[in-house]
Design a protein around this ligand. Sequence first.
Ligand SMILES: Cc1ncc(COP(=O)(O)O)c(C=O)c1O
Length: 341
Amino acid sequence: MEKKNIDWSSIGFSYMPTDYRYVSNFKDGKWDEGTLSTDPNIVLNECAGVLQYSQSVFEGLKAYTTEDGRIVTFRPDLNAERIAASAARLEMPVFPKERFIDAVNQVVKANAAWVPPYGSGATLYLRPYMFGSNAVIGVKPADEYQFRILTTPVGPYFKGGAKPITIRVSDFDRAAPCGTGNIKAGLNYAMSLHAIVDAHKQGFDENMYLDPKTRTKVEETGGANFIFVTKDGKVVTPKSDSILPSITRRSLIYVAKEYLGLEAEEREVYFDEVKDFAECGLCGTAAVISPVGKINDHGKEICFPSGMEKMGPVIQKLYGTLTGIQMGRIEAPEGWIHVIE
Ligand SMILES: Cc1ncc(COP(=O)(O)O)c(C=O)c1O
């Protein structure tokens, strides 16, 4: 298979249509058998549930070329479980886990020429998503749905090294208590757009959201969970019912304990204690870990000892180990790596 003629190191994080996408429709209470399609466009009724009441959920994962030339995906079973939980919360039918993994395999295999080569820093991003497709005018769940997976090659997240970012404590809330903060629904992202545009206008890279009930505990940013390191080298991540259960964060906790022999805990993190941490990072599929150098709390700055030039030493080790596992340089825990045959 010949790769597409693309300068892999110069592409960014933007949509580039590839040859195939996976499509399956839910009608009369069941999913059809699903197919690969060459058509990137969707024709919908003007009154489709997704257009009126935002009934949509999605996922994000990547396909990598490993050091020995295999194409793999990372823990797609967890994406399958998470989109099932998201769908159930929005009264949408669940796309079965085995079918989700099979659809990932099919669409990556069909687009193998678009999977960037090992060492380029680029990857093939997969976006599984599902939406209410039939006409709905009264406020109720749709009866028909479409599940799709589109793929697009994305460039290295950090060009020229991972520079620490500056974030601010947001006055907007991301999630309501007992709301939808713990699922990956499009509506959570629509309502975060104003906050992120405003943060950028004020010169910040991201928003730190606090818990909406008491505004005393750290939640997450608009697209990543937090990871902190204490001065004595313990890894800490915030626990909350209203944050997205990040697959990267869960993997990093395992890596910290089982590969690096560090103590790691998931617990409530009060904003007041953030100033005492040695390192801070944002974790998610896109960047694995983005180091945070500074947090601005309404004009008061918290500057981490790791500084504004490079990742702190513990976060660097976590980053190196997890990316090593994903790229096949380090042996993975059982079941983490799915080889596309
Ligand atoms: C709100 C939010 N939190 C956290 C994450 C990180 O999750 P994951 O590590 O599964 O990509 C994402 C990205 O998917 C996200 O959108």
